[in-house]
Design a protein around this ligand. Sequence first.
Ligand code: GLN
Length: 499
Amino acid sequence: MAHEMTVREVRDAVRSRARSAADVCRDALARIEAVNPQLNAFNTIVSDRAMARAQEIDRAPDCWRDAPLTGVPVALKDNLCTRGVRTTASSRMLEHYVPPYDATVVARLERAGAVIVGKTNCDEFAMGSSNETSAFGPVRNPWALDRIPGGTSGGSAAAVAAGLTPMALGSDTGGSIRQPAAMCGVVGLKPTYGRVSRYGLIAHASSLDQIGPLTRTVHDAALTLGVLAGSDAADATSATEPVPDYTAALTGDVRGTRIGIPRALLEGIDAEVSRAMVAALDVLGTRGATLVDVDLPHARYATPVYYLVSTAEASSNLARYDGVRYGFRAANGPATANGPARAGHHDLKAMYSQTRARGFGPEVKRRIMLGTYVLSAGYYDAYYLKAQQVRTLILRDYTQAFTHVDVVAMPTSPTPAVRIGERIADPVQMYLMDVFTVSANLSGLPAISVPCGFTLGRLPIGLQLMGRRFDEATLLRVADAYERDTEWSKQSPLPISSR
Ligand code: GLN
């Protein structure tokens, strides 16, 4: 079926003219129209723009014969700026914001021949772990419509899992590509910090954010990373490290590759997740990888450290939404004891506070308050500084581990997808869902989530692999070798595809 094609298959079909880009695009749009109302995966669908672009590709086949993504429909998380296309970060604050420029990754995808079909729903300003903090309602998991798709790139993960597009981009500050990939049964890759330009990504926490792909296969993740990666004059933190041919690294050979397992960290996780992980490591062992125990003594502090560092940075990044420079401005003052609501603002402070009170949702406000608190003069040393120090210890644990292993393996999420509404009332329970993903961001390391099985109730489970800085090639090689021996990525969510 067309909607089960991979990035590579679609591209090859369009390049060889077995199918036209317009035909592929029309199919994708029709499927989005049919399926999206059940999922709420898209905030914006740009049908006319996409069809015009696909036809343009069809008119100039010679220009696109060697492009890596010729005619491939893609979806973008709605925190990636698109020139002329509304970009909301799933917030009322930016509900009507139309950026005057493209994010670097958007420009690179289009230069590679991709066709953007729409912007995907996510948690508000990429803050959450379940996609329930979106101002535009939760996304539903294609494998079980009463469950979360994971967050914050939940719309992107659901779109790929349901076959709406073969690839989507997400952003990952503390797990937001990998965790929804795991919960929706797709591949999600967070590159090394600096590997991909962040220019045009609406910032959550600038020292942690990275953009990366969600795909059905590891090969497609490698292909997409090759398009996205590389230095960018517009992002001073983007790395000049050369970009290898990631697809060439997919040899299927893991003989002698050393995989570290942090056993102490894995105690008490969900039994089905644990069983799936052990079975996955067995597969890699059979292929010739060596399994080794590793010690990550500071990893158990990663979640609190992450929520101190990320909220501090978020409180600073979000200060720009003041009703003057971007997006929403509260139209008038509130009714007070002194009189009815006013038509205009006489007082700048009242305008700021009304704009921020109405424009941001509860989770974003909680982060701004937490972050402002940990940065305040009296508490900076006790919280922010201390967190940065422990962050260094977490990185040192990994540096030490990578002197004797090539990758570190653990589950992506401690549990499979929970029901919508199950955790949203308890922020701490929600934050604990990030226990295995935040370390990669705190230490800047690359990490991938690859499907590794299902629960008895047919909910997907993800295996996470973390690697050395700028060694995405090894991660992709190991994940691809695993994928070759298993059938997980070939399965489709039945409730959706049977309709
Ligand atoms: N769940 C984490 C948070 O809420 C990570 C979010 C992300 O990676 N964008 O901050």
